[in-house]
Design a protein around this ligand. Structure first.
Ligand SMILES: [Ca+2]
Length: 112
């Protein structure tokens, strides 16, 4: 009887492991859509960026973002291009990046 319950729990665990590895594969390429704004409170120039999974440079919006919206996944924003320098994890909209010491600094973005 003890042997059977052990066998059942082994089956259960391996079923759990295979569903876990499936979900890891399914979420291997998370993507986020990010809206960058020139001014606080989502004002001024807007740039829409797809982080799939990363954006190594921001072109015209480099060092200009003052507020940010994120959709689909959390992202990490970086001070420098190619995901370098200090960073900040963003999981919700931020109306004023100066609250986090990040006004006019974002240069690259990666899903996180
Ligand atoms: Ca920068």
């Amino acid at each position: 009887m003890k042997q059977i319950s052990k066998w059942v729990s082994v089956c259960f665990i391996s079923a759990l492991m295979s569903s876990l590895s499936f979900s890891l594969v399914a979420s291997a390429s998370p993507a986020a859509v990010v809206f960058l704004y020139e001014h606080g409170y989502y004002q001024g120039e807007e740039k829409r960026v797809a982080a799939n999974p990363g954006v190594s440079s921001l072109g015209s919006m480099n060092d200009k973002t003052s507020s940010i919206k994120v959709r689909g996944h959390c992202v990490r924003v970086f001070e420098h291009e190619n995901f370098k320098g200090k960073s900040l994890r963003v999981c919700q909209d931020i109306d004023d990046l100066s609250k986090y010491g990040f006004n006019d600094q974002i240069s690259s973005i990666y899903v996180d």
